[in-house]
Design a protein around this ligand. Sequence first.
Ligand code: B12
Ligand code: SF4
Ligand code: SF4
Length: 215
Amino acid sequence: MDAEPLKRFLKTEGATLVGIGDVTAALSSEIIHLRRGIAIAVNRNLNRETVDQLIRLQALAEGWLRAKGYRSLSIPADSDRKKDKMITKLYKLFCHKTAATCSGLGWVGKNGLLINREYGSKLSWATVLTNAPFRADAPTSQSECGDCDLCVRHCPSGAVKGEHWTLADPLKEIVSYEKCRALKTRRISHSSKPNCGFCITVCPYSRNGNNHGTT
Ligand code: B12
Ligand code: SF4
Ligand code: SF4
């Protein structure tokens, strides 16, 4: 089944990127019938307005699928297994980076974030899982960070380890989220802005798109 009409529809409604991934390998048994992940990205920081925009795009995708008789499940943009949300109680958390790599929209950078060649890590993501038999896009299998280590050198908490991500071992810890989270907690206790995000701003892909340099 051709996904182009759905991709075009969501882009006219404000999505920056839309991809279709075969996410079978990442699904828990309760949702194994929803083998296609629709990865939706918008070129904005993850704030309340962005989350609302992603929720709207997910609702439009769900309506489009329902009208054709298919099932779907939206994974919230701000889902966190630590939070008390029904969806995180029902299913193992589904990660948006997974749908994005399975759709070929980028790789997981040394900074642990999804890097798209054109937009870097500036994108915010949401996923809709579905049983619609879409033809899947070609997945990404390895990192394109090369020798760059800017995010390793600039991370204030020392969380970025400098290792490459590969699809062969996708869950290997390349960023210490414990250290990253601890910095956020310290900032909250000092009443400063909690989010750091240096690993996004220093990345040449986030700054220059395709002009990947290492200065
Ligand atoms: C909990 C959480 C955090 C925690 C833990 C971080 C983490 N694990 O990613 C903390 C508080 C530290 C955090 C920090 C940040 N976060 Co955060 N976070 C989340 C959240 C809610 C869940 C992530 C999670 O627990 N995943 C579980 C682990 C196991 O998976 P993962 O690391 O996310 O991804 C792995 C898989 O996707 C796997 N994978 C990739 N491809 C494939 C393919 C297959 C087949 C398989 C099996 C696996 C696989 O590789 C990845 C790396 O190991 C997600 C939303 C979501 N549902 O995805 C946002 C999310 C990951 N965060 C996001 C952002 C923006 C941030 C911050 C920049 C916020 C800030 N300004 O400080 C920082 C950046 C830190 C960093 N360098 O990664 C964005 C990332 C956007 C992007 N371009 O990648 C997300 C996707 C939110 C969104 N809706 O856009 N975050
Ligand atoms: S958000 Fe800040 S502390 Fe966390 S990994 Fe990125 S640069 Fe390091
Ligand atoms: S700063 Fe360099 S090493 Fe880090 S994610 Fe971006 S390209 Fe990869």
